[in-house]
Ligand binder design. Sequence first.
Ligand code: PMP
Length: 396
Amino acid sequence: MSNASLTARWQSALMDNYGAPRLALTRGEGARLWDADGKEYLDFVGGIAVNSLGTGHPAVVRAVSEQVARLGHVSNLFIAEPPVALAERLLALAGRPGRVYFSNSGAESVEAAFKIGRLTGRPHMVATQGGFHGRTMGALALTGQPAKQRGFGPLPGDVTHVPYGDAEALRAAVTTDTALVVIEPIQGENGVVVPPEGYLAAVREITRATGTLLVLDEVQTGIGRTGHWFAGQAQGVEPDIVTLAKGLAGGLPIGATLAFGPAADLLTPGGHGSTFGGNPVSCAAALAVLDTIESEDLLQRVKDAGERLRDGIWQLGHPLVDQVRGAGLLLGIVLTGPLAPQVQQAAQNAGILVNAVAPDVLRLAPPLIIGDAEVDAFLTALPGVLDTVDTSAGAR
Ligand code: PMP
C-alpha cells in the first residue's frame, strides 16, 4: 500500500465530498503520524481538533478496549454506566445543574439544539455570518456560509445571519419571536476568527432580555482546546445550551448537547433521539479524556504550549505572517495573502501537517499533549517552509 494506491482506491469507492485526500495515513503515536509511504509527520491538525490526547494515548486505548469487550452497545432502550457518568461529569465541569443529550457528531449536537429551539414555539433563529455549525439540515440552516448551503435548499427557514462580533447588529435582529441565538466563542472553520472582548457577555445580556436561548457551539472550542473546559465559561458566560463533539472522546464519534434551566426539559420521550447516541465505548473514551486532562494538568499545558507557539510564530517576524490569533491550542496564522494552500503543501513536504482553513489562514490544532520540543520543532521548521512560498501568487 502507498499514498498513491490508497488514494486511487478512495477515488473509485468513496463519494468525493471533501476533495482528494492529502495523504493516506497508516498509524500515529502521540503528536506524530506516518503515511502509507512511511514518511513521518508532526501533527498540527489533530484530526481537526479531535485527537485531543494525540494518537494511541494509553488511557483511551485502555478505556475503549475494556468497554468494547464488556458492553459495546446497548441501544436507547437500556442505559449503561458510561453515558450517565459522562453526563454527570460534563454538568459538574459546567458547574450548573442541567441535562445532556448524546449523539455522534458536532452537526447532530447542533441539530438537537435546533430542535430544542423549535420546541420553544418561537419561529425565528439568529446565527452569525461565517459561522459553521455542521451539515445536517438544521445545522446547515444555522451555518452562515452560503457556499456550504448551495444546492441543498429549501433549508428550514427563518434564520437571520448577523455579522460576527457585532453585538449591536445582533441586538437589532433578536426579538421575543427569536427561539435561539447560536454563536461560536471563536469561529473555527471561518479562519479562527476571535470576536471583540465582551461580545459573548453582550449576547448573553441581549438574549436574556428577550427570553431567547443562547446556544454556545463549543464543538471546536470546548474540552480544553482553548485552555479551559469551555471557552464561554472562561469569559463568565452561562449559556442555555452548549454543544460539544470533536475533542470530547479523543477520536471516537460523539456529540453532546448540554442544556440548563428550562431548555433542559423541552425534549420529551419520542421526540428526538438516535440509536448510537450515548454509545458506551465513545462515552468511556470521553471519560478517559476528561480524566487525563485532569491528571496530566492539560489545561495548563494548553495555555503554556499555546503561548509558546503563538509568541514563537510572531517572534519569527516573517514577512508573510500578518497576524497570529486564537486561544490556547486553536490558533490561526493569518498570512499576507491567499497563500495558505501553498504553505500547507510546503509544510507537508517538510514533515509538518497544518490545515489551510481559509485562503489566507493556516489553522493549528495540535493534540493538547503537545510537548515543548514538538512546538520548538514546528517553530524551527516554519521559516524555511514560508521561505519556499511563491508570493507572486498574490500577496496583499
Ligand atoms: N460546529 C462547529 C463549531 C464545528 O467546528 C463543526 C465541525 N467543524 C461542527 C459544528 C460540525 O461537526 P461535525 O463535523 O462533527 O458534524
